[in-house]
Design a protein around this ligand. Structure first.
Ligand SMILES: Nc1ncnc2c1ncn2[C@@H]1O[C@H](COP(=O)(O)OP(=O)(O)OP(=O)(O)O)[C@@H](O)[C@H]1O
Ligand SMILES: [Mg+2]
Length: 328
């Protein structure tokens, strides 16, 4: 029997990206994964804070990973959510209920959007982190729970502390190891790998042309990896494939591309540049070839479709049909 090839099941395999910034993240995750220190993850929305938190947790792979969404911990129910409640604690509390902190026992509590936690809850959380002890609502008995703390926010917590919106003592408590995730626009070299990953994950044999990849690398992705993921999903949903080209891009990315071309003084009459080389194997799909031929004919004739059709050796109606087909 041939020996089985070990599958890459490292938690790091879910963290796509080979930019210096991502490699640094990989190193940190590896180094801190097996420790029990609190980790504070900072980064804009959609940069992968939760993916990184899960990877850190999975390095040790024991116990549950419990997400505490701090932005939803508001109002009268927040304490019982976190700490649980005793039977009869309030009207409707017919049985005892365990809280999220109980659930995290032996694993990781991931405090997502920690910057949104109201001040009074910050104080209560600090006490729990110091003593690992808390009381369920309506109960006098102390409960203990042992969990690793990972917190994340897209706010500048140091600024929040200065503005007295975040407790300094809690900040120090959480900020033992800090990990900052760079926005996607600062690591555009990760985009091709991310796109390939999402195509494999959601696609049906879909592939991206090199032009598409280069346009995706020029866009500034305010919603970061999540926006890229949604863009790829949308393109897959709208196209049977296999090749996805710049013409398949949704308008948001397209408009930006037009701006880019205008700013760099290139023609913005159509968003596709016509580089001579394509994918690594040097083979270009016929549809892609056809599309490029049409585009360059139109460019040459400055948009005159009758002449372009003649140059291409096809009838005018065929040209119109193909323009529509390719969304040109
Ligand atoms: N490095 C990465 N490799 C693979 N997928 C990623 C990576 N970074 C982010 N993603 C994907 O992007 C999406 C957003 O990631 P995540 O939810 O971790 O972001 P976030 O920083 O927590 O965002 P928010 O601040 O909005 O909560 C997820 O679907 C995630 O799988
Ligand atoms: Mg998140």
């Amino acid at each position: 029997m041939t020996p089985q090839v070990a599958l890459d099941v490292s938690p790091l395999s879910t963290l796509i990206g080979n930019s210096p910034a991502m490699r640094q993240v990989h190193r940190l995750v590896m180094r801190i994964g097996r420790s029990q220190f609190p980790v504070l993850i900072l980064g804009e929305t959609g940069t992968g804070k939760e993916v990184v938190a899960r990877a850190i947790h999975n390095m040790e792979a024991r116990g549950p990973f419990v997400v505490v969404d701090c932005s939803s911990l508001v109002g009268p129910l927040m304490e019982s959510e976190l700490f649980g409640y005793a039977k009869g604690a309030f009207t409707g509390a017919h049985t005892q209920k365990l809280g999220l902190l109980d659930a995290a026992n032996g694993g990781t509590a991931f405090f997502d959007e920690i910057g949104e936690l109201p001040l009074e809850m910050q104080m209560k959380l600090l006490r729990v982190l110091q003593q690992k002890e808390f009381r369920a609502v309506g109960s006098v008995a102390q409960r203990t729970s042992n969990f690793r703390v990972i917190a994340a926010t897209n706010r500048n917590l140091a600024e929040e502390v200065k503005a007295n919106r975040f407790r300094q003592d809690l900040y120090y408590r959480l900020n033992v190891i800090r990990l900052r995730l760079a926005p996607l626009r600062e690591r555009a070299e990760d985009i091709p790998a991310l796109v390939t990953y999402f195509l494999e994950r959601y696609g049906n044999g879909h592939k991206a042309t090199t032009e598409l990849l280069s346009i995706l690398q020029q866009y500034d992705w305010p919603g970061n990896v999540r926006e890229l993921e949604h863009t790829v999903q949308r393109m897959i949903a709208m196209n049977s494939g296999p090749w996805l080209t710049p013409a398949d891009l949704p308008n948001t990315v397209m408009v930006d591309q037009q701006k880019f071309l205008a700013a760099t003084g290139q023609s913005s009459s159509h968003p596709v540049s016509l580089p001579s080389a394509d994918s690594s194997n040097g083979v270009m799909p016929l549809a892609e070839l056809e599309k490029r031929a049409i585009l360059s004919a139109l460019e040459y004739t400055k948009g005159d479709r009758t002449v372009a059709a003649a140059m291409l050796g096809i009838g005018r109606t065929t040209l119109y049909r193909k323009l529509k087909e390719y969304g040109l």
